[in-house]
Ligand binder design. Structure first.
Ligand SMILES: C[S@@+](CC[C@H](N)C(=O)[O-])C[C@H]1O[C@@H](n2cnc3c(N)ncnc32)[C@H](O)[C@@H]1O
Length: 191
């Protein structure tokens, strides 16, 4: 668990008054729009009752996830309580909860830029937990970095093969569905 790291990071952002900042650049918005449209199609997600945005941070993807996947319920989970509180104030109509180790039952789990901060063991433990929370035909999709930069205690870069191995080891079948300049991959996984 890297809570200390995230607490420090968000505390310093808060001091500078930017935790709540949610501005998308146009380019970012366009890229995510493409990712999500492709994911919805590739993963054949037609109906979604509950979607979990795991490690949602400042809720940057919440609105776009709702627009694309139209879940009856969106739940954003994160370990940092004041970020969750901030999201609740800023995004009424979305459900945000502090992650207490329980992932609610759901049909879709989305996670962005999370595994790059977890070692292999934590990735596999987290994926296995997700598997038990997903419905029978549930789907998982992941946006993460691809690469081979130097690892340090908070950043783990994995190549496509390494990402694939962790996904398989956790009992999912998955593939890299989209890559952007060889640095960002979108992985789709089914049980
Ligand atoms: C790089 S941020 C990404 C936030 C958001 N997904 C985004 O892309 O804007 C990683 C987030 O994951 C959260 N996090 C880290 N470890 C976690 C864990 N074990 N369970 C749930 N959230 C976690 C952090 O607090 C942080 O908000």
């Amino acid at each position: 668990m890297n809570k200390k790291f995230w607490l420090g990071r968000y505390t310093s952002l808060k001091k500078n008054g930017i935790v709540g900042s949610m501005s998308y650049g146009d380019e970012f918005q366009e890229r995510v729009d493409i990712f999500f449209a492709e994911m919805k199609h590739e993963l054949k997600i037609s109906k979604c009752s509950t979607l979990v945005d795991f490690g949602c941070g400042t809720g940057k993807y919440a609105k776009l996830l709702k627009e694309h996947f139209k879940p009856k319920k969106y739940i954003g989970l994160d370990i940092i309580d004041f970020v969750i509180e901030d999201n609740k104030n800023k995004l009424p109509g979305f459900d945000f909860k502090v992650y207490d180790g329980t992932i609610p039952k759901c049909d879709v789990i989305f996670l962005a830029s999370l595994f790059q901060h977890m070692d292999d063991k934590e990735v596999v433990t987290t994926l296995k937990k997700m598997k038990t929370s997903l419905s029978k035909d549930g789907k998982l999709f992941i946006i993460d970095f691809i690469g081979k930069a130097a690892n340090n205690s908070y950043t783990y870069y994995r190549d496509v093969k390494e990402h694939g191995q962790l996904i398989t080891q956790s009992g999912f079948s998955g593939k890299v569905a989209y890559m952007n300049n060889n640095d960002i991959a979108v992985m789709e996984c089914t049980k």
